[in-house]
Design a protein around this ligand. Structure first.
Ligand code: ZN
Length: 266
């Protein structure tokens, strides 16, 4: 099925107010937490969001998945029963993907509605997908997708998403005195600095991301930078394999009234 439609721009009441050219305030850093999905904080250290309710459908429904997979393997190959069992397993996988996607949309919407300037870290997604730890790679892919949602949703509202340089040590930098810790292991849940500063490590990283645009004076070019994830552009059919049933969204360039959106479902 192919569907073509025209989408109007968001109503101007939903847009963020434009900022002065020299205004460098209002940045909110979003760090992906270790135990939580994400932590958002402003440059002055105020935590504006802590999203710790990320759904873990793979954990809660792993037994159902096993049962369905076992059911497929017991069927005679090529039989009608086998085909039906495979369809049930595919629907299960699709449902889990939908739960994840729905959650990412909710969090991204909440953040772009409340803040016009967001900073996220750049993730070397391609490099991380080569990671031996498969579970980590999957969650990284989810994060890249989240960054993509944030970027286009914010563009719809005339807001900004800045991508901090991947060499910026947002986790190891002290947000109080700017000293860089040489090492910080994943086991260190608290960030302790020699200056006496002590904070939750995700909180510290979020503050560091919030001050990154001010440090780098990147206000004007930040809009040109794109999230590190795979871009789902329906016209180029990239990423369409991840979204086989066509549940998805448009990209900013499609939001104009003269744009045509075509989504092919194969
Ligand atoms: Zn310090």
């Amino acid at each position: 099925m192919s569907l073509t439609l025209e989408a109007a721009d968001l109503h101007s009441a939903h847009h963020h107010l434009p900022r002065e050219h020299r205004d460098n305030r209002g940045w909110v850093g979003i760090d992906r937490g270790l135990a939580v999905f994400a932590v958002a904080a402003t440059a002055d250290g105020t935590e504006v969001a802590r999203i710790d309710t990320a759904p873990k459908p793979l954990v809660t429904e792993v037994s159902r998945q096993r049962r369905l997979a076992r059911s497929v393997s017991r069927k005679q190959k090529g039989s009608r029963n086998c085909r039906d069992a495979m369809a049930r397993l595919a629907r299960h996988h699709h449902r889990i993907a939908n739960i994840r996607r729905h959650f990412a949309h909710q969090v991204a919407n909440m953040l772009v509605k409340t803040h016009d300037r967001l900073v996220i870290e750049d993730l070397n997604v391609a490099g991380m997908l080569g990671n031996r730890h498969v579970a980590r790679a999957i969650s990284d892919a989810g994060w890249a997708d989240f960054a993509r949602l944030l970027t286009y949703k914010q563009a719809w509202r005339s807001g900004t998403v800045a991508i901090a340089d991947r060499r910026y040590p947002s986790s190891r930098r002290c947000s109080a005195c700017a000293a860089i810790k040489p090492t910080l292991t994943l086991a260190d849940r608290m960030f302790l600095c020699e200056c006496g500063f002590c904070a939750d490590r995700d909180h510290n990283a979020a503050i560091n991301l919030a001050v990154w645009p001010t440090i780098n004076q990147c206000f004007s070019r930040s809009l040109d930078l794109r999230a590190g994830g795979r871009v789902t552009n329906v016209r180029r059919r990239e990423g369409s394999d991840r979204n086989p049933l066509g549940v998805g969204e448009t990209v900013p360039v499609d939001a104009g009234t003269d744009a045509h959106i075509t989504r092919d479902v194969s």
